[in-house]
Design a protein around this ligand. Sequence first.
Ligand code: MSP
Length: 643
Amino acid sequence: MKPDSYYITTPIYYVNDKPHSGHAYTTVLADVLARYQRMFGRDTWFLTGTDEHGQKVQEAAAKAGIPPQAHVDRTVQRFVEAWKRLEIRNDDFIRTTEPRHKVIVQEILQDLFDRGEIYRDEYDGWYCVSDERFFTEKDLAAGKCPECGRDVQRVREANYFFKMSQYQDWLVEYIQAHPGFIQPDFRRNETLGFLRKPLQDLCISRPKSRLAWGIELPFDRDYVTYVWFDALVNYISAIGYRRDDARFARWWPAIHLIGKDILTTHTVYWPCMLKAMGVAMPKTIFAHGWWLSGATKMSKSLGNVVNPIDMLERYGVDPFRYFLMAEMAMGQDASFTEEAFIRRYNADLANDLGNLLNRVVSMTGKYCDGRLPAPEPGAFQQGPAAALLAQAAAAAAALKTAVENFTLQAGVAQVIEVVRATNKFIETRQPWTQARAADRGPLHTTLYAAAEALRICAGLLMPLMPGKMTDLRAALGMENPMTVNPDELTKSEVLKPGAQVAAPGALFPRIDAPTPAAETPPPQKVPASGTVGNPEGVLAYEDFAKVQLRTAKIMSAEPIEGAVKLLKLSVLMGDERRQIVAGIALYYKPEQLIGKTVVVVSNLAPIKLRGVESQGMLLAASKGECLRLVTVDGDLSSGAIVK
Ligand code: MSP
């Protein structure tokens, strides 16, 4: 290993899924960290990819009526496309169906089998088809799968097991002796908590009779490899493990970025597998939090995902990347709402950064014919210009530390502070007043220093917003605006006086937030015939207009004790969460409702039904014994007005 090399990975995503903003977060984060490291001159490798074996892929391919390989060749494109559009610069993309990966998994299995690390045994226990995992009796939650709550099957069959249990003591000691190994600290404690219970051996096979779409065990053709044993190996098969020692040594050990949902597989299974193989441990496994939609995890099965492509089409790729990085403190959960996006965009990008560029460009145009003026001699040795540039240099140092320590959000916040300080610097020095003085020196220093601070901020934000920051640096007259030399981030007087400064158009035009009032349909003129003398049963338009109907997404549903017809629902209407009690229990099972977009009377006064508050009413159509909820045709976000 070269001491300073940097190898960063994302989880490999299930190829069946459509990439959503949760997946986009991990990938953008890895991309941003990799771009910083490249910028700081470090030898960097960034790997992402797709997890392509398993039951769900087999089922989806069967449903589509095509062979699994053809199916994954098609669906993988969604990820490849999405990452391209999100400006992801990964160095490699691994697919677990590629021969370069499969052969390494088989060699590892054969080696572990030959060395007695894998043995065959009779398995008797519970199996969850959806999660493709085995559970013991006491793992079950009220007789159901502890992971997904679905029914489990009793299974008795011969399988192959990896002797994971023998590594338990070693792993606990390793984690305790290496505080940086699992981060953040509270996740490390979570793994140590998990390891307080006896560790079981890991079942690493699935009989082909049940699941054929996987990597065949080299020592028993009737079985395929358990998906996680296959998937984790991608991190080493992609960089030449057992094929190219020099290449492997150049990159390994890795920094694994993962979501908190896959902590155990990465911090327990994977280290034990590596230990058995005799491979060094990863440098760090960093588990970030979840993007939530309202209060629940954004995920396909809950039907509450935010499509990253929609976001970038609406607001541009760079603002979307910026939001993901600036809004979520690494490790914590964060809530994804369009409102939060617009708020942050307007505050940081439109009002602060975009505005600063506009000021510098327009005042340089007005007072200096669009050419960057030369500062007064010694202006950067002491005084306000020197202090401003010192603050920018300090932000550069802080950002570098933040990248190393996985506290990116704090580092970015410091850069935005410099932007604010520069705007303040302009307000305090009042170049519009300085321009009236006979001595133009102070004016020139003000404009030049503001441009310099802006140059440093743009360089520091380049990994987050490569397109916009290149435009910004070009606007300041830099010759090579795309390439940031790390030395220039702590220096002053880098911009060339006399350079042409020109606006690229509004860099971050302000977004007017859709106000609830703007969404409400304008008052309609009531037809004269509807206002007076209505025939019986005919509703005046103005009365109908009082009823507000909105779309809502059902996030959870549960029975109400003692009320056989009622279900208690939690729905999301835009950013608002509501509890609704609906008399639909005889027609829908709770699990059938989750993720449905329904129509709600949203301005009904709350009432209590069987002691449970209901804040609205669902629309449903019923005839005879049948009742069906009114839903919307196709995709529409929740909270939309129904008119
Ligand atoms: N295929 C496995 C990983 C194997 S790695 C050897 C898998 N795939 S996944 O498609 O479900 O993707 C999981 C990863 O996507 C999470 O670990 C996380 O990085 C990211 N996210 C998925 N949903 C997310 C959120 N709602 N919020 C943040 N990240 C999320 O598990």
